[in-house]
Design a protein around this ligand. Structure first.
Ligand code: NAD
Length: 286
């Protein structure tokens, strides 16, 4: 049986888009949270960004001023990995690079107390390859949140073949305690959501490359015809074309399914630095 009650303190590694969201989610759920970034300035900036998000929530009547203060009081920012020693759960959310994550897991193994669960927020990487650099592969799991973490309802709990049932159950209970819908998934590239979403996005590019319809009309069709909140090209630009390409490459490397073979336009746009909204130009201009 899992036991989310035994989790009191949660460590978050990485202060990017996802790290900040994860810290907010865990602190809102009542956990003590330590966020660790390589620089103290980045960790402090992250807490400030959480404060801004909470202030907006108060303005919109979604939280009280009292709650804002309580949530912030639960979050500590640090640049010191040793501050994670007494965490019951650590969620790593740094750059999507296996070597970087493996080096961090090897360090965490030395630092975090033996009963601590070590989790990764990876979108595509094999969780077992992180488990195997530790001496506690049974306590390593994927806990995959979606962007933006405070708003998105889903968490995929990834079960590497090394994980114990108790670890998986605790991860599922932790996600539920954060108010999320949790699903359990085997440790395969793309898990559920990205494995199903990315062939669709890739095939939208194929349809456009074949001259079947314009980008605008494909987006209009999928919004109006499937009730999707946004069309595939708008979504690719939002996710980031570099991230999208990395996900497709990981899926193709694992399954060799032609639907996962990234379309040439996607690869060329990434080569040209047209990465979507973040560079103000992707499939659309912003
Ligand atoms: N962006 C998304 O939509 C999304 C959604 C779900 C999961 N994820 C996953 O979350 C993780 C983080 O993604 P993100 O979007 O927050 O990225 P980001 O680029 O916003 O942040 C990356 C973080 O990693 C840190 N970092 C970079 N190199 C490092 C190194 N060598 N050592 C330690 N830290 C380093 C950076 O300082 C930064 O804090 C990735 O594994 C990604 O696949 C992303």
């Amino acid at each position: 049986m899992g036991d989310a009650d035994r989790i009191a303190k949660v460590g978050i590694l990485g202060s990017g888009i996802m790290g900040a969201g994860l810290a907010e989610v865990a602190a809102r759920a009542g956990y003590d949270v330590v966020v660790r970034s390589r620089s103290r300035a980045a960790a402090t900036a992250m807490v400030e960004s959480i404060d801004r998000a909470l202030t907006k929530a108060v303005e919109r009547g979604k939280a009280t001023e009292e709650e804002r203060k309580e949530i912030l009081a639960r979050i500590t920012a640090t640049d010191h990995l040793g501050a994670l020693a007494d965490c019951d759960l650590v969620i790593e959310s740094v750059v999507e690079d296996l070597a970087v994550k493996q080096a961090l897991f090897a360090e965490l193994e030395q630092i975090v107390k033996p009963t601590g669960i070590l989790a990764t927020n990876t979108s595509t990487l094999p969780v077992v390859e992180l488990a195997m650099v530790t001496q506690r592969p049974d306590q390593v799991v994927g806990i995959h949140f979606f962007n933006p973490a405070p708003a998105m309802k889903l968490v995929e709990v990834i079960r590497p073949i090394t994980a114990s049932d108790a670890t998986i159950a605790t991860a599922l209970e932790f996600a539920k305690s954060c108010g999320k819908d949790a699903v359990e998934v085997a440790d395969r590239a793309g898990f559920i959501v990205n494995a199903l979403l990315f062939p669709y996005l890739n095939n939208a590019i194929r349809l456009w490359e074949q001259g079947t319809a314009t980008m605008e009309d494909i987006d209009t069709a999928m919004r109006g015809g499937c009730n999707f909140p946004m069309g595939p090209f708008a979504l690719l630009d939002l996710v980031g074309l570099d991230t999208s390409l990395a996900i497709l490459d990981a899926l193709y490397a694992e399954f060799r399914d032609p639907n996962y073979a990234a379309m040439p336009t996607l690869r060329r746009k990434v080569a040209a630095g047209q990465l979507g909204r973040k560079t103000k130009r992707g499939f659309y201009e912003y």
